[in-house]
Design a protein around this ligand. Structure first.
Ligand code: MN
Length: 503
């Protein structure tokens, strides 16, 4: 299943800009243009890149470079510029353009030919094909200017290089889209909880997020106003799509509980659309006139691409929305969800963490059939909420936690391996995932706790740690990776040094 239905996903383009100069004559410049056109055409034909690459005329001087970067700034469809130094391109010519450029930047360090043409190579060939030379001149300047960019080295026809370009395009879209994310807080955060708090002004300055609170009854009024006919139609859709696990409950009473969630889904979505919000947080302790804690309703909204965080957790809600946008159009996507660490399995050789939430796990991560259950909820003092239940897919994934350290943000990224639990859990009325953190449960959990990671995560199978780490770097915040290379000693040192670097 493709993820192309994420609402609000835009058809971005990336510009391909080739650097050269006029020192070697028109014949050489004609070849440079020809080569870069071929590279762009072949990359687009490969089908690997998630967004179109647009060829731009060769850049040879201050004026043309400055003009291109400013055009890129002003083009709403352009999500980034990919630069390539075909020949030598004196880098002082790039200073003004780079100073004025505000979008994601990649330096593709490639060359047209893969192999040295041993029998034919002469000085003309060397002058025309000197990326190893020109790329260093350009790279020096970008480093000296302190500009964040992605460097990808290798032959443009290598599948590994194409994959890295494709991955970075998704990071760039995350950078572009971050500043469009608007989160609605329904009521305030859960009392006494630390990790769901944060500095909303700093979040808007760093990430561009707009985070607004509304009294719960303003959104509850939208739910009340949903016509009964619309609710019936949506309940019919649920009944056609999901397995009904009534477990002895009266069928009419069961349906009435499900109908409450259908009303919440329709009412909440109308509220979100009317007010242009892309992520939402709720809090079980402040439900106002809502009859149930939003469960199935929130699960369905997440499936459509909305971000979500429970107990007022707006940081995770924004991250879930961001990661859903970054995965828009992923072929055979496996899913992205809000998640929470619950219970360990500490049996040697079978270690892992059971993941779930009270109700709100996104069905995009499900494996196999999805059922509807109506069960009591010990918290929230409302009627038994309907929820979708399922287990999740196997395979590698990442769990991320954005935390506020008081004066700055840190993004913690843990590579995890999702597995099946050994046995069904028939008495557990929530959707679950089960994973073993890398490098193993002991070091993974110790590292997560030392790094200050939350119990809530934004989780996905469809992005890599590198993609999220690149996003964090572009935002100017610290990224802490927990993966197969992590040691406790190394991690502690890294965080100690980062404390000096990120002040
Ligand atoms: Mn929670």
């Amino acid at each position: 299943m493709s993820n192309s239905n994420i609402f609000g996903a835009k058809p971005y383009q990336f510009w391909f800009a080739t650097g050269s100069q006029d020192l070697y004559g028109d014949e050489c410049l004609a070849k440079v243009a020809e080569h870069s056109k071929i590279i762009v055409a072949k990359l687009n034909e490969s089908g690997v890149l998630p967004y179109e690459l647009v060829w731009k005329p060769t850049l040879i001087d201050n004026t043309s470079i400055r003009r291109l970067f400013n055009e890129a700034n002003g083009d709403v469809n352009c999500a980034g510029v990919i630069t390539w130094m075909h020949t030598f391109s004196p880098a002082k010519s790039w200073i003004l353009g780079l100073q004025e450029y505000r979008k994601p930047l990649m330096h593709l360090h490639t060359q047209f030919n893969q192999e040295i043409p041993y029998d034919a190579i002469d000085m003309d060939f060397m002058n025309e094909n000197q990326s190893a030379h020109g790329g260093r001149e350009y790279g020096h300047m970008v480093t000296r200017m302190g500009i964040e960019r992605k460097v990808v080295a290798g032959h443009w026809n290598d599948p590994a290089v194409r994959k890295r370009m494709a991955d970075w395009m998704r990071t760039a879209v995350g950078i572009m889209e971050s500043s469009h994310i608007r989160v609605v807080r329904v009521a305030d955060n859960m009392r006494n909880v630390a990790v769901t708090e944060g500095d909303k002004v700093e979040a808007q300055m760093k990430f561009g997020w707009e985070i607004d609170a509304y009294p719960v009854n303003e959104i509850a009024a939208y739910v009340d106003a949903v016509p009964a006919g619309e609710i019936d139609t949506l309940v019919e859709e649920y009944y056609g799509k999901y397995e009904l696990l009534t477990e002895g409950r009266d069928e009419k009473e069961f349906r009435a509980h499900v109908a409450v969630q259908a009303g919440i889904e329709i009412g909440f979505e109308k509220f979100l659309k009317d007010h242009d919000y892309h992520a939402i947080v709720t809090h079980f302790g402040d439900l106002g006139a809502l009859k149930q804690l939003p469960g199935l309703a929130i699960q369905r909204l997440m499936e459509k691409g909305y971000g979500f965080g429970a107990e007022g957790d707006w940081k995770t809600a924004a991250m879930v929305r961001l990661m859903k946008l970054m995965t828009a159009g992923v072929k055979d996507a496996k899913g992205t969800s809000f998640m929470e660490d619950y219970t360990y399995n500490l049996v040697p050789g079978k270690e892992g963490i059971l993941q779930a939430h009270m109700l709100e796990v996104c069905p995009t991560i499900s494996d196999g059939s999805i059922g509807i259950k109506v069960c009591p909820l010990s918290m929230g003092e409302r009627e038994d909420p309907a929820r979708l239940v399922f287990t999740s897919k196997e395979g590698p994934a990442i769990a991320t936690s954005l935390i506020d350290l008081g004066h700055r943000f840190r993004l913690i990224i843990n590579e995890v391996d999702c597995k099946k639990v050994e046995k069904p859990m028939p008495k557990l009325p929530v959707a679950t995932a089960f994973w073993t953190p890398r490098p193993n449960l002991t070091t993974g959990a110790e590292s997560w706790i030392l790094a200050g990671g939350a119990h809530h995560t934004a989780f996905t199978y469809d992005l890599t740690a590198e993609q999220m780490g690149d996003w964090a770097e572009a935002m100017g915040i610290e990224a802490v990776y927990i993966d197969n290379d992590t040691t406790i000693r190394g991690l502690k040192n890294e965080m100690r040094w980062n404390q000096a670097a990120y002040r």
